[in-house]
Design a protein around this ligand. Structure first.
Ligand SMILES: Nc1ncnc2c1ncn2[C@@H]1O[C@H](COP(=O)(O)OP(=O)(O)O)[C@@H](O)[C@H]1O
Ligand SMILES: [Mg+2]
Length: 441
């Protein structure tokens, strides 16, 4: 019979602990099998596991081969690495496409919380059903149910299951009537449009755009639209696990000049905001005329209270057009000297072109302790004050692998907190004093 949880490790102690938490629903394949390769490990598995724990004491190459072998055999599987927090963890999380990392030193409560989080994610994604995680009727069924109830903490499984399990039958023949509406613009509240801009790629524009949209959507549900105007290599759909029916290519076409038609081209995210997805191919994205992009942003500003636009790195024609159409810009750099210098040049160039938006914020992302550059140094190099410092955190990549905004996925994470401060600032939340506290520290 299929067990939902699988553990491959070389630690008898961790095996015993996880066994204690998960009981008969855990299949343990001893790490000794790794000597014979990942396929041999996989051959020991009966049925289809849903969540696989790999580690502790399993190295990167072994984890990679197991990850590849398992995901090829079990496409719905979630991968959790059991490993202490170390400097190279971001690479693991990124390259191995993990859903979670748990420390072997975590206490039982933390371990349970992490497992419950991944289980909930599997249910929400439709990758597993509640029934698959239930304890199976066995001699020690009572113990198992108790252990499981405890494991899930406050989560009411019946409720979670019925609320988010996808409908089993009936593919809707016609497009479903949306559950959401576009709230009317409140008079007196000026619609705001933000461009998230950086001179280089990989600085965190997309991460910040997504979390800004998700955060503003909490202040103004369904009054936020996130536009992926990184027209060639935009990855918001992937980072949010969306399957858009229309993209920015259609939204900038002539037919979208009609507002009603434009509205049908938006993709709704369950956190109550809308997305204009990026082009399906770089060629199509490159062909979008700047004036069409300008019209799209103007139209969206007539529909939504907040428009957040993720952009192509640098100051190409499309990005300059976006900057012309917005009220606010969020500039992003990281703590490297080249990145900070490039940002200074970008700001100077926009000033020369007289295109610097009236409201601007500077976010320095991926800060790390003890790298030698302080916020003060960064401000000196940029030639402008830094508004928010976002620390480097593996939670960012984990959230992106799960396809959810970080501020919803792990609100207590330090990077999520910094992003919430940014949201509070730009969303004019009166409780945003914490930013000043952050800047002083
Ligand atoms: N604060 C952070 N800590 C750790 N990883 C981060 C952080 N911000 C961004 N990343 C990761 O860095 C990579 C680039 O970020 P992304 O937001 O896609 O940048 P951009 O859109 O500017 O290219 C992504 O893999 C992202 O998950
Ligand atoms: Mg990006």
């Amino acid at each position: 019979m299929s067990t939902p949880f699988l553990l491959v490790s070389r630690s008898a102690e961790f095996e015993a602990r996880l066994r204690g938490l998960l009981g008969g629903r855990l299949l343990i394949v001893p790490g000794a099998f790794l000597t014979f390769g990942a396929p041999t490990v996989a051959e020991q598995i009966d049925g289809e596991p849903k969540i696989a724990f790999i580690g502790p004491v399993v190295n990167y190459e072994e984890t990679l081969s197991l990850a590849n072998e398992f995901t090829a055999r079990f496409p719905d599987l979630a991968l959790v690495v059991v490993r202490e927090q170390r400097g190279d963890l971001e690479d693991w999380v990124d390259e191995l496409h993990l859903q979670a990392v748990v420390s072997p030193l975590a206490d039982d409560d933390q371990l349970k919380a992490s497992i419950a989080e991944v289980v909930q994610w599997m249910l929400a994604e439709g990758r597993a059903t509640v029934g698959e995680f239930r304890p199976r009727p066995a001699a020690d069924a009572d113990d198992l149910s108790r252990a499981f109830a405890e494991l899930m903490g406050d989560v009411d499984l019946e409720e979670v299951g019925t609320a988010i399990e996808p409908p089993v039958e009936e593919e809707p023949a016609e497009p479903e009537t949306p559950q959401w509406e576009f709230p009317p613009l409140v008079s007196g509240k000026r619609p705001e449009a933000f461009a998230v801009v950086a001179p280089k790629g990989g600085q965190g524009k997309t991460t910040i755009s997504i979390n800004l949209a998700a955060g503003l959507a909490k202040l103004a549900p369904n009054s936020v639209v996130l536009v992926d105007a990184d027209t060639q290599f935009g990855d918001i759909s992937a980072a949010l696990d969306l399957r858009p029916e229309a993209t920015i290519v259609e939204a900038t076409s002539d037919s979208a000049a009609d507002e009603l038609i434009l509205k049908t081209m938006l993709t709704h995210h369950r956190d109550n905001f809308f997305v204009v997805a990026s082009a399906p191919s770089p060629e199509l994205g490159d062909e979008i005329p700047p004036q069409a992009l300008a019209r799209l942003i103007q139209q969206l500003r007539g529909i939504f209270r907040y428009v957040v636009v993720d952009t192509t790195p640098g100051l190409g024609e499309q990005t300059l057009t976006v900057i012309e159409q917005v009220t606010d810009a969020v500039f992003v750099a990281n703590f490297g000297v080249p990145s900070l210098r490039a940002l200074r040049t970008e700001l100077e160039m926009l000033r020369t072109l007289d295109l610097l938006p009236a409201n601007r914020r500077i976010v320095v992302n991926q800060s790390e302790k003890n790298v030698g550059i302080t916020v003060k140094d960064a401000e000196q190099i940029i030639g402008a004050p830094v508004d928010v410092e976002v620390p480097r955190s593996s939670a960012v990549v984990l959230a992106s692998n799960r396809g959810v905004p970080l501020i919803d996925d792990d609100p207590r994470d330090p990077a999520a907190r910094a992003l919430s401060i940014l949201v509070a600032r730009v969303g004019h939340d009166p409780n945003s004093r914490s930013l000043r506290r952050q800047r002083r520290s």
